[in-house]
Design a protein around this ligand. Sequence first.
Ligand code: PLP
Length: 418
Amino acid sequence: MPTTVFNYKDGKLTTNDIQLEELVKQYSTPLYVYNNDHIIDNYNQFMKAFDNKCTVHYAMKANSNQAILKSLAVVGCGMDIVSGGELNRALSAGVDAKKIIFSGVAKTDDELSDALNVGILQINIESEAEIYQLNNVAKKLGKVAPVALRINPNVDAGTHDKISTGKKTDKFGIDIDLAISLYDKMITMKNIDPQGISIHIGSQLMSAEPFVASYKKVAELAEKLIKNNINLKRLDLGGGLGICYKTSDSAPDVNEYAKMVFDTVGHLNLDLHFEPGRWLVGNAGALIGKVENIKSNDLKTFILCDVGMNDLVRPTLYNSYHHILPLNEINEYINADLVGPVCESGDYLCKNRKIAKMSKGDYFAVLSAGAYGMTMANNYNSRVNPAEVLVVGNKSYLIRKRQNIDEIISRDIIPPVI
Ligand SMILES: *Cc1c(COP(=O)(O)O)cnc(C)c1O
């Protein structure tokens, strides 16, 4: 199974013994449900794999609900942010600025100065121009910016094109061959302090090879920089660890990943930092929906439900597979498409799938929806964003209210001349 957190007890889909159907009665659908215990277990497992000799900066774009940020922060986790919005979100959830790393191309002057003003750990620079931009911003504030260059190693992560970030043809990072000269330049700049090297080659990596290839390149670069008297303190080795979505998937083992990291970069004795997103939260979440109607023609059966691509875009954006289970166990199957209400043919949760034979009014769970689910939700078709519930031990808590249509339409302004 892709996850062990959602399972049947006496024919009812549960998490921590809480029946998902009870949550639906309370909060309606579409509804995101996350298991906090699983997220914290994952964090602890990651730390244990590294013998606690690393710092985790959760890539909060995977799931940025403040309840989850807070929950991770209190066990010692830092954050990887990619915007000023995420900086604010992390700080208001109580994350220590000293544990925040700022990645992302096209940062604005305002975002950089906010990050410097609150004193974050590190800014990951993604282009030569950003070095000069940041130096100017830091100079105005009278500050020295702690930075790492995000290296593009030109390694194929072997993942979906839209989540590959480590090839020359991807927009991310700086060509590894230019790195040495840029570090030499940076140490002459008064308001820039190069402290690390960062890398992140893509998401949902299912094999170790691309990690090994790129970490070896990072190690070679680090050795050269140290020889050149660059005072490196840390390596930020990114995220990207894949998870199982399908029963037949086999994701990398975190202990083997840790061993590989020590084998490739351990000899450098630098602080190790990681930015897992999906790996911490992906399998801790499910999106619950309801079957509204069913229709068939001579070629197909469509199960029509209340979950749209605006609630979970992954199936249509990445062609991704999500396991789907009815909340009340059904042992009869049909071949069908489970599709949403949005007016797009790309609005589906699965296509041509052998799926439980559900009827109108049945509820179902889309598993492995904890990462890149709610954070990518939007209001297409004027549909409101789902509510979110967090299960902690044997209790459940509403952690985000369902959006209200008035909130959305009240943002429009009709000019008086119309
Ligand atoms: C998205 C992202 C991550 C997290 O990727 P996962 O596959 O979710 O682990 C980490 N670092 C950076 C820079 C990212 O952009």
